[in-house]
Write a protein that binds this ligand. Structure first.
Ligand SMILES: Nc1ncnc2c1ncn2[C@@H]1O[C@H](COP(=O)(O)OP(=O)(O)OP(=O)(O)O)[C@@H](O)[C@H]1O
Length: 340
């Protein structure tokens, strides 16, 4: 048992929506912890309840049952000014920042300490400078926030949260709207921040591949409302990851950590061996054509891939003959005609 005091803890928490007449329960019995220095990714399919959980933890909507503890104190007992010194929230929606510059928005992160009209002291300036430097937004600070791209604005909003200097940072889909290099950059940045600053970071995302790589822990909203937590690799190996996203037409390939677009497997199964990197791409191309891939060493059809004088080369081995190919397109055509 770890004796580290969690920044966030939930006890028998139930989340959902209640009106005078109806109650819509999304998930029950949630006992979650978030520890210093941890990056946790909250994953789940559309409508599984990620935003509902984030909003409940952030105090934006009431729990149906149970308690959220922020730094050992029940959320309900915290005044909003105290909460703002413990928890910052970064939402995806475009913020109405009027005509403010990025620097002015980042400076707003100090409001819980200075009040709305409070003057900034040395400590405030130091925190703002640190936040700017950690997120690498030096070149953006004099730009108007509404003139920034989505990716740039997302980084500025993270800088604002860092200037707020809370133990806990919650981000709702921080990678939405970003292109691939910026998604990778944002995840890398969040991972490094958790490590460097000891803050606990919880983010919801649909970025399964990046979450598998970067998260210390996953919180997986299952389709039946249960929430399964664990180290990404354990959740892949025990099948929980796959079942959270189970949908006909998809299957999860544990050996590559990716979801594949399922196609009916033909009667032929092929074993591929040789260079691991070539195996990966050869397998993809053959699966796209509907071939099954087998680990069976005595399969009737085999592909041996490797390097010859610095170039990739494939040998397709069937009972009748062995054919040599120098690119995947030709290999796939050869395999298809042999399998007719
Ligand atoms: N105000 C509301 N009142 C009642 N039900 C709601 C309300 N807001 C959301 N829901 C329902 O709660 C469930 C969970 O929604 P939530 O927005 O938390 O899912 P999510 O995992 O964040 O989804 P997505 O990935 O699509 O953003 C959904 O079935 C949704 O229709």
């Amino acid at each position: 048992m770890s004796d580290v005091k969690p920044f966030l803890e939930t006890k028998d928490l139930s989340i959902g929506y209640k009106t005078k007449r109806t109650e819509r329960v999304i998930s029950t019995n949630l006992n979650l912890t978030l520890e210093p220095g941890q990056l946790v990714c909250l994953l789940g399919s559309n409508g599984s309840g990620k935003s509902t959980l984030m909003r409940t933890i952030a105090g934006l909507q009431p729990a149906l049952e149970g308690v959220v503890y922020i730094g050992q104190q029940p959320l309900a007992n915290l005044k909003s000014a105290d909460l703002a010194q413990k928890l910052s929230l970064v939402l995806t929606e475009r913020i109405e920042a009027g005509n403010l510059t990025a620097l002015e928005v980042i400076t707003l992160g100090r409001t819980p300490y200075t009040g709305w009209l409070g003057a900034l002291g040395d400590a405030d300036h130091k925190k703002i400078d640190e936040a700017i430097s950690l997120t690498n937004v030096e070149n953006l600070i004099n730009r108007k926030i509404h003139q920034l791209s989505d990716g740039e604005r997302q980084k500025v909003m993270l800088a604002r949260a860092l200037a707020q200097d809370t133990e806990l940072i919650l981000l709702d889909e921080p990678t939405a709207h970003l292109d691939l290099p910026n998604r990778v950059e944002m995840m890398r940045l969040l991972h490094a921040l958790a490590r460097q600053t000891g803050k606990a970071i919880l983010l919801s995302t649909h970025e399964l591949d990046l979450a598998l790589q970067a998260a210390d822990m996953l919180w997986l909203m299952q389709q039946n409302g249960a929430l399964v937590t664990g180290v990404p690799e354990d959740l892949v190996l025990n099948g929980a990851f796959e079942s959270a996203f189970a949908k006909s037409g998809f299957f999860f390939d544990k050996s590559s950590g990716t979801f594949n677009i399922y196609q009916d497997v033909r009667t032929h199964s092929i074993s591929i061996f040789g260079d691991p990197m070539l195996i990966f791409w050869t397998k993809r191309a053959l699966q796209r054509e509907g071939f099954g891939i087998t680990d069976e060493i005595n399969a009737l059809l085999k592909v041996q891939c490797g390097q010859l004088e610095g170039a990739a080369v494939w040998e397709f081995i069937s009972k009748e003959k062995t054919l040599k190919y120098f690119n995947i397109a030709d290999l796939v055509s050869g395999v298809k005609s042999a399998a007719k």
